[in-house]
Design a protein around this ligand. Structure first.
Ligand SMILES: NC(=O)c1ccc[n+]([C@@H]2O[C@H](COP(=O)([O-])OP(=O)(O)OC[C@H]3O[C@@H](n4cnc5c(N)ncnc54)[C@H](O)[C@@H]3O)[C@@H](O)[C@H]2O)c1
Length: 467
């Protein structure tokens, strides 16, 4: 029987990063993955392929709508969805191949098959052909991630009534895509098809889209997406989804109790994801789940079984790839006797619509609810020369600081390249900067980042320079 110091189950951004860090620290490390390619949901059917399609559809949208204004005249462009999907797969293949390379480079043993506990120290790997092998491991890290959740009355046929996985490989551009759930997945994949010419209707249960983010961001994003043609039905809960041949019908009820119905040719169900623990044999090791089906862990990400840890989407907290990676590093370093720390308050969240939305720290709603006295500063992207030059004038930066100390407590933005610019906020907050600190730092001109300096000036002393 082969034996290891650390075995990781699942090779997503949580699992593969945990394995690399463990190997770097000198542990004899194995990773078990049930699919033939490494990388988990994020690399295969999540973050990476969705960004590839978002980028392709954005190019198409710009060619169709914005080139002319820049003085570029072309015949009406044609979207070749098959090529977009093929290119997406090339990106995925390169990226997952890169993880295989990293496993080899770090001398991590990769097992292909389903990992399940036989006991707290023995894990069985069952291959696709049914053959099995048991390995012994001093420590095991569960990194099995999550899978799309649905609503009890929905029959996901994966052809017309689909999840994000199928939305990444459609054979045609929908005429009318109905999106259930105005969260991250619904708006990102809804944007892909909106830009390619689909009619897109988002039905959202709450009274705002991206409900977890700062309220100003959800309002602004809704305004911009509406301008792009996306339709929204907020405060509306879906009660039935039917398929009739190539057509689908979604029935829903709004807050006033009125019944509404939407007809289209595809329905994307994007109402969240749930932890994936099936077939793991947790009962054989005695690992407990919490009331929401997540693997229960303490502050050290240790389960109730002392040599078994769990990270990423399968435990509590934001279902984000980078959060999972940080947790993978933390567990490996702890096992090596180090004292790592994760600042969960500073894990940025990003929505890859155009413009992008990003946030870190607390939202204005959270701070008000907690009774914290705050100052709020903001600055519109349209006031920047850089934005006017590129034509990306939508959006704003919003900085929230403590009314007394001026420490930045929340940093939110919607605008061009927000996914990258958000890290100015992450860095500032990690070093507990004040809004004035940011306001007094030189920001290159012309750049989108100038909106950060201006929003900080607005937060700290209500004296932005360019509005
Ligand atoms: N860019 C990113 O970081 C990124 C991208 C994709 C997914 N993810 C993560 O994946 C997870 C899943 O994404 P998601 O978009 O499916 O979930 P989500 O939680 O972001 O959004 C789900 C939405 O569905 C709504 N909803 C729930 N039940 C409903 C009903 N019956 N009718 C209408 N609306 C309903 C919710 O109110 C919510 O707004 C999230 O945790 C997300 O953070 C992140």
């Amino acid at each position: 029987m082969s034996s290891f110091d650390i075995t990781v189950i699942g090779s997503g951004p949580g699992g593969y990063v945990a394995a690399i860090r463990a190997a770097q620290l000198g542990f004899k490390t194995a990773i078990i993955e049930k699919y033939p390619t490494l990388g988990g949901t994020c690399l295969n059917v999540g973050c990476i392929p969705s960004k590839a399609l978002l980028d392709s559809s954005e190019h198409f949208h710009n060619a169709a709508h914005n080139f002319e204004n820049h003085g570029i005249e072309i015949n009406p462009p044609k979207a070749n969805l098959a090529r977009m999907i093929e290119r997406k797969q090339e990106v995925v293949d390169q990226t997952t191949g890169g993880i295989k390379y990293l496993m080899d480079k770090n001398k991590i043993t990769v097992f292909e098959g389903v990992g399940s506990f036989e006991s707290a120290t023995k894990v069985k790997v069952t291959k696709n052909d049914g053959s099995a092998e048991v390995i012994e491991s001093k420590y095991t890290i569960i990194a099995t991630g999550s899978k799309p959740s649905s609503l009890p009355f929905i029959n996901l046929d994966k052809e017309r009534i689909i999840t994000s996985t199928e939305a990444l490989k459609l054979k045609e551009i929908p005429k009318h895509l109905i999106v259930i759930g105005g969260g991250v997945i619904g708006l990102e994949l809804g944007s892909v098809y909106l830009r390619l010419g689909s009619e897109v209707t988002v039905v959202e249960y709450m009274d705002k889209i991206i409900p977890g983010m700062d309220g100003t961001m959800s309002k602004e994003l809704q305004k911009v997406l509406k301008k792009q043609g996306m339709k929204f039905q907020l405060s509306t809960g879906v009660s039935a989804v039917e398929r009739n041949g190539d057509n689908v019908k979604v029935t829903a009820k709004n807050k006033k109790g009125e019944e509404l119905s939407f007809e289209g040719d595809y329905v994307l169900v994007s109402v969240g994801r749930k932890p994936y623990t099936e077939g793991l044999g947790l009962e054989n090791a005695g690992v407990e789940l919490d009331e929401r089906g997540r693997v229960k862990v303490n502050d050290h990400l240790q389960t109730n079984v002392t040599n078994i840890y769990a990270i990423g989407d399968v435990v509590q907290g934001a279902m984000l790839a980078h959060k999972a990676s940080e947790e993978g590093v933390l567990v490996a370093e702890q096992l090596a006797g180090q004292k790592p720390h994760i600042n969960y308050n500073l894990i940025p969240g990003v929505v890859y619509t155009w413009p992008e939305v990003a946030g870190v720290g607390k939202t204005e709603e959270e701070l008000k609810e907690a009774g914290v006295a705050i100052k709020v500063g903001s600055f519109p992207m349209r006031a920047l020369g850089r934005s006017r030059a590129s034509g990306d004038i939508d959006g704003l930066v919003k900085i929230i600081s403590d009314a007394k100390t001026d420490e930045i407590l929340g940093f939110h933005m919607i605008g061009a390249r927000a996914a990258d610019l958000i890290h100015e906020g992450v860095t500032a907050m990690e070093f507990r900067a004040s809004a004035e600190d940011l306001a007094r730092m030189s920001h290159a001109h012309p750049s989108y980042a100038e909106a950060v300096k201006e929003a900080a000036l607005d937060a700290t002393e209500k004296r932005p320079l360019h509005v």
